[in-house]
Design a binder for this molecule. Structure first.
Ligand code: XMP
Length: 195
């Protein structure tokens, strides 16, 4: 990588090239799974973190598809999940009988995907699958798995390629680990989930 890492970042986890390659593989798999007789896919992307992933992934999907967005918040501005998921933007497209693919940047505690899955189920889609770029299984609080996963990562806070820390770093073309704050013993990790 030519550019030096911003001071706040510890190390690059996935380069832009590695992400590109993995997104292309995910696209190929999704195309196989939704192969002809092609029904129209309805892609619902979770704001704001999935925007880069969405933009790159749908360009790998030569299928008829519609795109909508859903807003959900559980994090506030820090690195620890607040627990409850609030819907900040509802889905506008009709989902009844549709093949819905829900896309998020990262599956962490699972609370967001679980809450959104329930919300979408209320609209009676024909099918619902989930696709996340990153999976952090160590933090899971609800037993949920995504149908498509880009990379599985350890329990550490990551930014870049759409993922933010206090709304920063979304524009980085790579995914990096955030450096621990001064005085902290190790990398930033999220607190253990309450029982
Ligand atoms: P849950 O815990 O509901 O989390 O599965 C999903 C949402 O939490 C955010 N999240 C992160 N954002 N770096 C980030 O920038 C991370 O390491 C991280 N872990 C969780 C993200 O918005 C995701 O949609």
């Amino acid at each position: 990588m030519d550019e030096p890492l911003p001071e706040a970042l510890e190390r690059v986890l996935f380069t832009a090239a590695a992400i590109r390659e993995r997104v292309a593989e995910l696209g190929r798999q999704i195309c196989i799974d939704y192969a002809p007789p092609a029904r129209e896919l309805t892609v619902v992307a979770v704001l704001n973190g999935s925007i880069l992933f969405l933009a790159d992934l749908i360009r790998q999907l030569p299928l008829p598809l519609r795109v909508d967005f859903v807003g959900a918040s559980s994090y506030g501005s820090g690195t620890a999940s607040a627990g409850a998921v609030t819907l900040t933007r509802g889905i506008h497209l009709d989902l009844a009988g549709r093949d819905v693919l829900l896309i998020d940047d990262i599956l962490d505690t699972g609370l967001t995907l679980h809450a959104l899955g329930r919300e979408i189920a209320r609209a009676h889609p024909g099918s619902l699958r989930t696709c996340v770029l990153l999976d952090k299984p160590a933090r899971r609080r609800v037993p949920i798995q995504a149908d498509y996963v880009g990379f599985t990562i350890p329990d550490t806070f990551v930014v870049g390629y759409g993922l933010d820390y206090q709304e920063r770093y979304r524009n980085l073309p790579y995914i990096a680990v955030l450096r621990p704050p001064a005085g902290a013993a190790g990398p930033i990790t999220l607190p253990p989930a309450p029982a």
